[in-house]
Design a protein around this ligand. Structure first.
Ligand code: MN
Length: 325
């Protein structure tokens, strides 16, 4: 997915994080994806009060949206650097094409992981048979030692692991005895957890990790504190168990976590870098090589099979981009 905010650097000013006990509740904000009948996403990361949870640096949650009403997902070729995109669906299907040469469907319960490394471009379109689109896209920041690697694409369908009151699908990292083979570049975890109605589970987690719980649907408390739908509850490192309880409808949630990233990054539009000048260079190369069509063998390669024009980058702000995190 692409970040189409007009001011992609600036994070909307909000009141500070709402504290619920020792949890921090990150509220979603609506961000349109662009286009005439644009679908919008609920973004809970980054925000002013928090840029990262482990290496997780971007959390967009969307749907369920009727494609007939809102046009579905139509994201033309756009670039990424210095990150991995994690595509995860609850319903619908997305057609993914990238400059590595991958052409793959994104399906519910199956991970599509694209490692941008030094640079990649991709397009995402909901398929013609998709009537309802519902899912999340998350980004992982690559640490300094890995952020210039060659781009890559992986697919993984995790098994559904029953842990008594909940079903866990671990798409990256390890949890509940399930380990994903997906390539991660810092210690982290990501999983879908479906909690049965009125079930209370004690989920063993890595105490060195900070965690975020995004409630997709149902009703949920984490460590005794209610988490509203579409909110991301943040818990700092230190405890080895997350207490998760569902209400009458059960709860479907995404759990993300990781070792505190420990590096500052610059996120602007679809790029992650370390300096203002580096981001300017990424933007210039995208505009010259791909948008203006100068070459197919540049940093961002070329997405083949997509009918239509690539997304031009927004204008850079008039001030120098700042490190965050
Ligand atoms: Mn993208």
């Amino acid at each position: 997915m692409s970040n189409l905010e007009k001011e992609p650097l600036e994070v909307v000013e909000r009141p500070g994080p709402r504290l619920a006990g020792h949890l921090e509740l990150l509220e979603p904000r609506e961000v349109p994806l662009g286009g005439p009948r644009a679908m919008s996403v609920r973004r809970t990361l980054p925000q002013r009060s928090r840029s990262l949870i482990g290496a997780w640096c971007f959390v967009d949650h969307y749907g369920p949206d009727l494609v007939s009403a809102r046009g579905g997902m139509v994201v033309p070729p756009h670039p990424h650097t210095g990150l991995q995109t994690v595509s995860w669906l609850f319903s619908g299907e997305i057609d993914h094409r990238d400059s590595v040469g991958s052409h793959a469907p994104v399906r519910p319960g199956e991970l599509n992981l694209m490692t941008a490394g030094s640079g990649v471009s991709h397009s995402e379109l909901s398929t013609l048979t998709t009537t309802v689109i519902h899912g999340a896209q998350l980004w992982l920041a690559l640490p300094e030692g890995s952020r210039h690697i060659a781009p890559a694409f992986e697919h993984y369908a995790p098994p559904a692991v029953e842990i008594g009151g909940a079903t866990v699908r671990v798409f990256i990292g390890s949890l509940a005895g399930s380990t994903s083979p997906a390539l991660a570049f810092s210690p982290l975890v990501g999983a879908q957890v479906d909690v049965a109605p009125f079930a209370a589970i004690h989920l063993a987690v890595n105490p060195a990790f900070e965690h975020g719980v995004l409630l997709d649907s149902g009703s949920l408390s984490v460590d005794g504190e209610d988490v509203p739908v579409a909110h991301l509850a943040y818990r700092e490192p230190g405890a080895s168990v997350l207490r998760i309880e569902a209400g009458a409808d059960g709860a479907r949630l995404l759990l993300i976590g990781g070792a505190p990233f420990g590096e500052q990054i610059i996120m602007w539009w679809n790029f992650i870098g370390r300096t203002h000048d580096e981001i300017v260079r990424f933007r210039d190369e995208w505009q010259a090589d791909v948008v203006a069509g100068a070459r197919d063998d540049g940093r961002f390669g070329r997405v083949t099979g997509y009918v239509g024009q690539p997304l031009p980058a927004p204008e850079l702000p008039g001030v120098r981009l700042k490190l965050r995190g």
